[in-house]
Design a binder for this molecule. Structure first.
Ligand SMILES: O=C(O)CCC(=O)C(=O)O
Ligand SMILES: [Fe+2]
Length: 498
C-alpha cells in the first residue's frame, strides 16, 4: 500500500510536479495552436455579405470565392474540426460538418470550372493574362491577385480547350510567380510551355523548354521522349509563323467581342417603330434588328417588379441547365428554372407576349400553345454556344413533357432580359451577324421557322459569356399549335413577316 510507505509518498509528491508541468505544457500548446488558427483566419480578408455578393460578379472574384471554399476554407475547416474533436471528443464530428454544410462546398471540379471560365472569357474578349493575374478585368480592378498555383491551374485548363497561346501566357506567369508555396515542379511548367509552343509552331522555343525540363529532371523518360520528338519536328519545319490568336476566333466569338459590325446596306433598311398590338391604345417600342429572318427588340415590355417576380418564383426551382434530356454539357453553362402560368401575375406577362407578337401563348394541359417560362441565370463565364431553338426535321412530336405533346415545333422565341449586364452577355446571331445587347426590361423576339414550317437556318444564335455581372433572362417558346390564324402559312416559304 502506498500510504504506508514514506518513500512511495515522496515519489508521488515529485510526480505531482510532473503533472503541473504537463498541464502547463498542454495549455501552452493549446494557446499556440489557437494563436496559429487565429493568424490563419485573420489572413483571409473578410467581406460583408454585400461585398461578397458584389465580389462574385467579377470573374476573378468568382474564381477566388470558389478557391476559398474548395481549398483555403476547406483546409482550415478540416484542421479545425479534427483538432476540436481531438480536444473535445464529446463534440460530434458529423454535427460540425453539418453545421458548416461542408458536403455542399465547391470542390476541385468547381475550381477547374472557374479556371476554365477565365480562359473562355480571355479568349472571347481578348483579355491579357498579365492583367487578369493582377486582378484587372477591363476597367474593373479587384484585390484578387492570382498566385503561381492559380496560374498553373488556369494554364492546364487552357490546354484542355487547346487555347495554346493562352496556355503559354499562364505557364509563363506560373513560372515567374513560383515560390515555396508552389505545388508544382519547375520541370512541369517547362514541359507545359514546350507543348504550348510546339502547338503554336514555335518549334525553337518548344525544344528550348523541353531541354530545360529534361535538365531539371533527367530521370524522366517521358520528358526525354518529348524532347526527341520536338527536335525532329523542328528539323522538319523550315519556318515559324507569327502567332495570330485572332485567326482562331469564330464568328460567334467575334460578334460577342463587337469585332463585327453589321454591313451598312443592311443597317439602313432597319428602323424603329411603334408596333400596334392587339390592344388598340397600346403600342410597343420595337427596334428591328434584321429583316429576314425578322429579329426585333422590344423595349420596356416588363416592369422591374414583374422581372423580380419571375426571378423569385423560378429561383427555388433552379438547377444546372441540361441540353435535351440528359447530360450536363460544355454547350451551356447556366442555371434554369421553369415557371408555368398558374400565378395570375405570371399569366399576365405571357398574355402581353401574345398582345405584342399577335401569336397565341395560352398554356394548356395538352397541346399547349407555348412552353412555360424558362428563367435562366448566367454567372460570370456563363454562356450558351450557337444553337437552334427549333427542333427541325428530327423532332418527334411525342417527345418532351406531356403538356407539349403534339404542340409542334418552336415557331418563335421571345426572351425577356431581366437584368442589365455590366459587360458581355449579348445574344448573337452568327449567320446574319446580329448582336443584341442585353437591356433590362426589354425583350428580343424572332421566328425560328420559315412560313412553310421548316427551320430557318439563319436563326442560329448564342448567348455570349458574361464578363462582369449577372445575366438573367426568361424565355417563352411559342409552339406551332394554335397559330394558324396568327401567323398564316405564306404562299411561299419566304413570305416576310410584318
Ligand atoms: O442567353 C441568351 O442570350 C440566349 C439564350 C438562348 O438562346 C436560349 O436559352 O435558348
Ligand atoms: Fe436559344
Amino acid at each position: 500500500q502506498v500510504y504506508t510507505s514514506t518513500v512511495a509518498m515522496a515519489d508521488l509528491a515529485g510526480r505531482e510536479n510532473d503533472i503541473f508541468r504537463w498541464i502547463d505544457g498542454y495549455i501552452d500548446t493549446e494557446i499556440l495552436r489557437l494563436k496559429a488558427l487565429k493568424r490563419q483566419a485573420s489572413q483571409i480578408p473578410r467581406l460583408t455579405p454585400t461585398q461578397a455578393a458584389a465580389h462574385v460578379l467579377n470573374p476573378l472574384g468568382a474564381y477566388h470565392t470558389i478557391k476559398k471554399f474548395s481549398f483555403v476554407w476547406k483546409k482550415l475547416a478540416e484542421a479545425l474540426i479534427s483538432q476540436t474533436w481531438a480536444a473535445h471528443p464529446n463534440i460530434s464530428l458529423s454535427k460540425i460538418s453539418k453545421d458548416l454544410n461542408l458536403k455542399q462546398w465547391p470542390g476541385n471540379r468547381d475550381l477547374e470550372g472557374a479556371a476554365s471560365a477565365l480562359v473562355r472569357l480571355q479568349r472571347t474578349y481578348g483579355l491579357s493574362a498579365v492583367d487578369l493575374q493582377k486582378g484587372k478585368v477591363l476597367s474593373s480592378v479587384t484585390e484578387v491577385h492570382l498566385d503561381s498555383n492559380d496560374c498553373f491551374l488556369i494554364g492546364l485548363e487552357a490546354e484542355k480547350t487547346a487555347d495554346w497561346l493562352i496556355m503559354s501566357e499562364w505557364m509563363t506567369l506560373a513560372h515567374e510567380k513560383m515560390n515555396k508555396q508552389s505545388l508544382f515542379r519547375e520541370a512541369q511548367v517547362f514541359i507545359s510551355l514546350a507543348k504550348a509552343y510546339l502547338k503554336l509552331e514555335q518549334t525553337s522555343k518548344a525544344v528550348e523548354f523541353a531541354t530545360r525540363a529534361v535538365a531539371l529532371d533527367p530521370g524522366n523518360k517521358e520528358y526525354r521522349v518529348t524532347l526527341e520528338q520536338y527536335k525532329s519536328t523542328k528539323e522538319a519545319c523550315d519556318y515559324e509563323p507569327e502567332i495570330t490568336p485572332a485567326a482562331e476566333l469564330s464568328v460567334y466569338e467575334m460578334l460577342c467581342r463587337g469585332d463585327i459590325l453589321q454591313e451598312k446596306a443592311v443597317e439602313k433598311a432597319l428602323n424603329c417603330r411603334y408596333k400596334e398590338t392587339n390592344i388598340p391604345i397600346k403600342v410597343a417600342k420595337e427596334e428591328i434588328l434584321y429583316r429576314d429572318p425578322r429579329v426585333s427588340i422590344f423595349y420596356d415590355v416588363i416592369s422591374n417588379s414583374e422581372a423580380q417576380l419571375l426571378v423569385d418564383m423560378a429561383s427555388s426551382k433552379m438547377h444546372q441547365a441540361y441540353i435535351g434530356q440528359s447530360k450536363m454539357s460544355a454547350m451551356r453553362i447556366s442555371q434554369v428554372g421553369w415557371l408555368g402560368d398558374e400565378a395570375a401575375d405570371v399569366k399576365q406577362i405571357s398574355q402581353r407576349i401574345a398582345q405584342i407578337t399577335g401569336l397565341e401563348t395560352t398554356m394548356k394541359s395538352d397541346m399547349s400553345n407555348a412552353e412555360k417560362f424558362q428563367v435562366v441565370s448566367y454567372g460570370v463565364g456563363g454562356m450558351y454556344k450557337p444553337h437552334y431553338d427549333a427542333f427541325g426535321v428530327h423532332y418527334d412530336a411525342s417527345e418532351g413533357p406531356e403538356y407539349l405533346r403534339d404542340s409542334g415545333d418552336r415557331v418563335g422565341t421571345w426572351m425577356f432580359y431581366l437584368t442589365d449586364v455590366e459587360a458581355g452577355g449579348a445574344t448573337v446571331f452568327p449567320a446574319i451577324k446580329v448582336t443584341v445587347p442585353p437591356v433590362k426590361n426589354a425583350a428580343v423576339f424572332w421566328y425560328n421557322l420559315k412560313r412553310d414550317g421548316r427551320r430557318d437556318t439563319y436563326t442560329i444564335h448564342a448567348g455570349c459569356p458574361v464578363l462582369l455581372g449577372q445575366k438573367l433572362v426568361a424565355n417563352k417558346w411559342i409552339r406551332e399549335r394554335g397559330q394558324i390564324f396568327h401567323r398564316r402559312c405564306g404562299l411561299d416559304r419566304n413570305s416576310p413577316d410584318d
